[in-house]
Structure formats: structure tokens, C-alpha cells
Design a binder for this molecule. Structure first.
Ligand code: SF4
Ligand code: SF4
Length: 382
């Protein structure tokens, strides 16, 4: 029996997708070459042809809650073979960026993160927060912000105490988790509703135990980049992607360890250069720099693939986080304390931006794709 669907096109959605890098979408004439070329598309209801059709009709609701858009790893195989140059890989990437901004709350922040004219304002926010909170604490006698410390060997916490950093970063981190939790709850509900509508599943609700089991099964595939390795056009990107992912994981572990050292064990820094967590932090920073550099080189060399602001935002953040973190340490070891303080402030701004804006930026794909892949595993879509 044929499926009946009331078409309610959203012209604004088409324009937004075009702005986010899907500007060639209308060139598609539905030949389906892309679905055949895609190495990871399932045999039943393959992507990305159906998504190209939905996008050109402005069927926003069919796309933002469609788990298939997250199965795409933007390898570019389909875009290379598309006879019309419609760049389906980029269109799916743009739809994903739209979906992230749609699920994150507040939506206005999602739009701002994807708008280059708002970048300076977004980066000024953490600088103002640090200054205002630091000065307010000073007024009540807590001296966690010191513009001109004295001593023969200074380190970054002599300028901005780790306590000040933590009382700002920790709530920001948990606020980001809350934004993700709200967004993912809606996303999972929409994915399931779409799957029911398209006949991909017949289960009325999602069984949490079954979903968690599927999640546990999915994570190793993501860590090993199994899907990336099935691509051909941009296969080399798997290595760079892996470096950035492991860089972030390493730095996350180090941040947690030093947080515990400070608050639980009351061990004050600076920590020894041979401390293993310090080494892990250094390796994480280097992995971010090399991985980010490789990604930029790959993007610049790939003429079939559009690179929009959302891509540069993420790549810039990766490089700035790794670069300012390592430079802060090198300047301290070199005794250039004034410059170290400036670079450290920049580093804190980028770390805060990472926490606060991740649920709204391209980096959110880490979370949304993991959940979508787990859902596909759970619902039996291969
Ligand atoms: S995106 Fe290109 S390959 Fe895919 S259906 Fe459209 S024209 Fe064909
Ligand atoms: S970009 Fe790669 S993974 Fe995504 S639809 Fe195209 S071929 Fe498939």
C-alpha cells in the first residue's frame, strides 16, 4: 500500500540548509546514484537520495528527527559521484547542523553559534564572566583574581586561581549536559516517531534497557571508526578524526583527574613535569593540533566538498584549545609569565566556549550521532 503524506514545505528551512553549506541541494534530479555510491547506506530505504528529496521539498520535520542523517559520516563518496554536483554529503551535513540548533535550547544561541558575525560576542561572554565573578569575589575578600602577582616562579593559577576557574567551569559543564539531555530526549522521541511512520519499527515506545544495550554495542564501533573506514573518497580523514577524538578524551580525563586532585585530595599545582596526567594532557594537546591540522589540509584539498563556517568554527576551536594549552605550559617553563597569563586567559575562554557552545555546534555530532547509531542498532536498522 502506498504511503500518504501531507506535504508541508518549510521554505525557511531550505534557506537555512543552503546557508549551512547545502547550497547545491536544488541541483538534485533524483537519479539515486548517491544512494548506490554510499558505502554505508542500508539496503532498505537507503540514504541520501530520500533526504535530498525531503530537503528540496523543505520537509523539515522529516529530516531533523531522521536518524539516517546521522548515519552519514560525510565521507564525500556520494558527492564525488553525483552527476549534478548537488553535493548530497554537504546537504546532510547542513541538515545535521540545523537539527543540532533545533534541538538545543535556547534556539537563538544555536543560530548565533552558526553565525560568523556573532563569534566575537560569543567569545567575549566568558571573558566578562571571569572578570565579573573574579571582581565580585575580590569585593567580599576572596582574592582569586590577581592581575600582578609577584614572585620568581609564577604559574597560571597565581593570576587566576583554579578555584575561580572551577566555580565557573563546573556549572557551565553541567548546564551543557542539561541542554544535551533535553535535546536528546526530543531527538529520540522524534526519531522513534519517524521510524514508526516509515515502518522501520513496530515498537510503540523505546525500551530503555534495550536501548542502553544497543548503546554499549555501538560505542566500540565509534571508537574504532569502523564506519569511516568503509568510505573511499575521504578515508584518510579517519586518522585525523581519531586523533581529535582521542585528544578530547585524553584532555577530559586529565581535567577530571586534576579537578579531583584539587578538590578531593587538596593537592595544589603546579604538578611535576613527569606526572603521567601531565603527559596525557600534553599528548592530548598535540593530538588536537595534529588532528586539526590534518583536517584543515584535507578540507582545503577536497574541491568536491563545501566547507562552511560551522566546519571552520569547530576546526578553529580544536586548534585554539590545543595551541593555547600547550603554549601556556611552554611560556611558564620558559619564564615568560606575563605572556603566559595572556595566553592562559585565551585558553580559558576557549575551554569555556567548548563547554558552553558544544550542544549548539558541529561538535554536538559526537553525542547526536552516537545516540542515532545506538537507536539504529536498537531498532534493527542495518
Ligand atoms: S544528489 Fe546527485 S546523485 Fe543523488 S539523487 Fe540527486 S542528482 Fe542523483
Ligand atoms: S557523505 Fe558518505 S556516508 Fe554520507 S551519504 Fe554520502 S557517501 Fe554516504
Amino acid at each position: 500500500m502506498s504511503e500518504t503524506y501531507l506535504v508541508e514545505p518549510d521554505v525557511g528551512f531550505i534557506k537555512e540548509v543552503a546557508k549551512l553549506g547545502g547550497q547545491d541541494l536544488k541541483k538534485c534530479y533524483q537519479c539515486a546514484t548517491c544512494s548506490v555510491a554510499c558505502p554505508i547506506s542500508p539496503d532498505t530505504k537507503p540514504f541520501p537520495r530520500k533526504e535530498m528529496l525531503a530537503a528540496s521539498w523543505g520537509l523539515k520535520d522529516r529530516l531533523v528527527g531522521n536518524g539516517d542523517i546521522w548515519l552519514c559520516h560525510n565521507c564525500g563518496d556520494c558527492s564525488t559521484r553525483c552527476p549534478r554536483g548537488a553535493k548530497p554529503g554537504d546537504v546532510l551535513s547542513a541538515v545535521r547542523a540545523y537539527a543540532v540548533a533545533e534541538y538545543a535550547t535556547p534556539r537563538a544561541l544555536g543560530k548565533a553559534v552558526n553565525d560568523p558575525s556573532k563569534l566575537l560576542i560569543l567569545l567575549a561572554v566568558p571573558a566578562v564572566i571571569f572578570l565579573v565573578v573574579g571582581l565580585l569575589l575580590k569585593m567580599v575578600g576572596i582574592n582569586w583574581l590577581n592581575f600582578a602577582p609577584t614572585g620568581t616562579e609564577l604559574w597560571q593559577a597565581d593570576y587566576i586561581s583554579n578555584y575561580l576557574v572551577d566555580i565557573i567551569m563546573v556549572p557551565t559543564f553541567f548546564a551543557a549536559i542539561a541542554v544535551f539531555a533535553l535535546g536528546l530526549t526530543r531527538f529520540l522521541g522524534d526519531m522513534h516517531a519517524n521510524a514508526l511512520l516509515e515502518g522501520k519499527t513496530d515498537r510503540k515506545t523505546i525500551d530503555p534497557v534495550g536501548f542502553i544495550q544497543a548503546l554499549i554495542k555501538t560505542v566500540p564501533n565509534i571508537i574504532k571508526h569502523n564506519r569511516f573506514n568503509e568510505c573511499s573518497t575521504n578515508k584518510s580523514r579517519a586518522t585525523a578524526h581519531m586523533m581529535v577524538l582521542f585528544g578530547f578524551i585524553g584532555l577530559f580525563v586529565v581535567t577530571g583527574a586534576f579537578f579531583a586532585a584539587e578538590w578531593v585530595f587538596h593537592i595544589e599545582g603546579p604538578y611535576s613535569q613527569i606526572n603521567p596526567f601531565k603527559w596525557l594532557g600534553n599528548l592530548g594537546g598535540i593530538a588536537l593540533l595534529i588532528g586539526g591540522g590534518l583536517m584543515i589540509a584535507s578540507r582545503l584539498g577536497q574541491k568536491d566538498q563545501a566547507t562552511s563556517y560551522k566546519d571552520w568554527y569547530l576546526l578553529g576551536l580544536v586548534l585554539m584549545l590545543g595551541g593555547t594549552g600547550l603554549l601556556t605550559e611552554m611560556l611558564r617553563l620558559g619564564g615568560m609569565y606575563g605572556l603566559m597569563a595572556v595566553v592562559y586567559v585565551l585558553h580559558l575562554i576557549f575551554v569555556w566556549a567548548l563547554f558552553a557552545y558544544t550542544p549548539f555546534s558541529k561538535l554536538a555530532h559526537l553525542v547526536y550521532r552516537t545516540v542515532a547509531m545506538a537507536y539504529m542498532e536498537y531498532s534493527g536498522r542495518k
